[in-house]
Design a protein around this ligand. Structure first.
Ligand code: HEM
Length: 485
């Protein structure tokens, strides 16, 4: 591999401010969305007298807010490290935030003023057919808000793609495929962060383009109801977009582990042939796996459902294996000193790995017959988002504010364990609900289902308290954040 000379992005005050803005806004949004989630779970547990309509507004807000902020948080981790290897624009990074904030205002207006409650998945034709609960303008504001956010992300990924092309000549080489398929010795100067970022740029550009198409089609249907579309095509486009987008958040956040763990162990995390092969495979598989959301759509061609099931078994596993084994090998007998940022990063890898197991189980058609749309589904995705993605993001943020080392306190340790243990119980209660066939997305729960919801709510409150403490700890040190830590 012969790349042109590296052009890292300069550490300007504007770049530092941009990172701090992302961190501060990200933490605030995560905490607010958690409060919405706790209220929803408390309503299911009969702990909070929340009217049913309002509960669905909360659910819509929580889903859209969490997915959006996770996209931004993952992108911030990727930007933080990728800019050390290629020249990235701070302006584009900030444009993504600016457009997202305008989109958020539109979404808040759609939900708060227009009473839109059609869930973040805006499943066709629900936005246009609310049976009088919300009007067309509310639906259009929600869909338009998502569209604006998508434009922001697209600009960011295009900037990353350009920077990778300038530095490596092609995405093929940035993904290390010339080396994977070449016969010579590996050039280990290709950073894992570049390989992972290239994968995300490819899959998320495609997902956002599909999302933009289906959002525009939805807008047309809202204002011209006589123009209708094939519902199966719409569902395919929506789930292709949604699944790839939320999946990519973890593939961006894991860059934090690739870059930070070696700084604790003093051992570089280098690319290898299995590493490159795994990232190449997952680039294709993440694009092909989404039909596992449509296993109960009997009109879906059988080959697509079968592909969805088989690829579900395989999809996350290669990257997960090379990452988990890579982390263990890097840490083993390195004599490192554990502190809060490192604990969060390694715990995040565990949450990701463990969360994939119930996801794969649900991707089996026979199981999906029973588990589809039960609380098993929020059980698996909260596992790898709450216990995987979020600790990876928080670990990176703590590290960015640490420069001279994190002096770990008893409060840090207690908060970490409360977050981890309560988070695991919270997810386990969703999974237990799914096991008992409790439906997901129900505001009102049958008496027989309330027990798991009550334990889930108590655990959720503990998660929230721990998250507030962690968030405040990061915010109080944010002024010390360094782009070259
Ligand atoms: C204290 C933490 C959290 C609580 C209490 C919470 C609670 C909930 C509840 C009760 C639901 C609806 C479950 C159902 O379908 O019956 C839900 C759905 C959801 N949550 Fe969370 N959650 C939390 C954290 C997170 C995090 C960290 C993320 C993402 C990073 C997330 C993303 C989502 C998404 C995407 C949905 C789906 C919404 C839908 O079905 O339309 N949540 N959450």
């Amino acid at each position: 591999m012969s790349a042109t000379a590296a052009t890292p992005s300069p550490d300007t005050p504007a770049a530092k401010l941009a990172f701090q803005l992302y961190a501060a806004i990200g933490i605030a949004v995560y905490l607010l969305m958690m409060i919405a989630g706790v209220l929803f779970r408390a309503a299911q547990a009969n702990y909070a007298p929340v009217p049913a309509n309002f509960t669905y507004e909360l659910m819509t807000l929580h889903g859209a807010g969490m997915v959006g902020v996770s996209g931004l948080a993952g992108a911030a981790v990727m930007w933080y490290f990728l800019r050390r290897h290629v020249a990235l624009s701070t302006g584009m990074f900030l444009s993504m935030l600016g457009l997202s904030l305008v989109g958020v205002v539109m979404i808040l207006a759609a939900i708060g003023l227009g009473r839109f409650a059609g869930a973040w998945t805006f499943l066709y034709p629900l936005p246009a057919k609310s049976m009088g609960v919300w009007g067309p303008h509310a639906a259009a504001a929600f869909v338009g808000g998502l569209l604006l956010i998508g434009v922001g992300f697209l600009l960011f990924y295009l900037d990353c793609a350009l920077a990778l092309l300038r530095r490596y000549g092609s995405l093929w080489r940035a993904l290390g495929l010339d080396q994977l398929f070449g016969s010579g010795p590996l050039d280990t100067s290709l950073p894992p962060a570049v390989v992972a970022s290239t994968m995300v740029v490819i899959v998320n550009t495609l997902s956002i383009l599909a999302g933009a198409v289906v959002l525009v089609m939805t807008l047309v249907n809202i204002y011209l109801p006589e123009v209708t579309f094939d519902a199966l095509l719409m569902k395919n486009l929506i789930y292709f977009f949604g699944h790839v987008f939320i999946n990519a958040t973890i593939y961006m956040a894991v860059i934090g582990a690739y870059e930070i763990v070696p700084r604790y162990t003093g051992r570089p995390w280098l690319i290898s042939r299995p590493f490159l092969a795994s990232w190449a495979a997952v680039t294709l598989m993440v694009l092909a796996v989404y039909p596992h959301h449509l296993l109960m759509d009997f009109v879906l061609p059988k080959w697509m459902a079968t592909t969805g099931q088989v690829v579900s078994y395989l999809s996350g596993i290669p990257v997960l294996l090379v990452t988990a084994l890579g982390a263990l090998a890097n840490i083993h007998r390195s004599g490192l000193k554990w502190d809060l940022p490192l604990r969060l990063l390694v715990f995040g890898l565990f949450g990701w790995a463990a969360g994939v197991v119930p996801a794969i189980i649900d991707g089996v058609i026979r199981v999906n017959l029973v588990m589809h749309n039960t609380q098993w589904v929020p059980g698996h995705f909260h596992f790898y988002l709450l216990l995987g993605l979020l600790p990876l993001v928080l670990g990176t943020l703590f590290y960015a504010c640490t420069r001279s080392g994190w002096a770990e306190t008893a409060l840090d340790r207690a908060t970490f364990w409360i977050y981890g243990a309560a988070g695991a119980i919270f997810c386990a209660m969703f999974l237990a609900g799914g096991w008992q066939s409790v439906p997901r997305r129900f505001a009102v729960h049958d008496d027989a289902w309330v027990g798991v919801a009550q334990i889930g709510t108590l655990a959720a409150v503990l998660v929230l308290v721990a998250a507030v403490v962690l968030g405040v700890r990061v915010l109080s040190r944010l002024s010390r954040a360094s782009l070259s830590a």
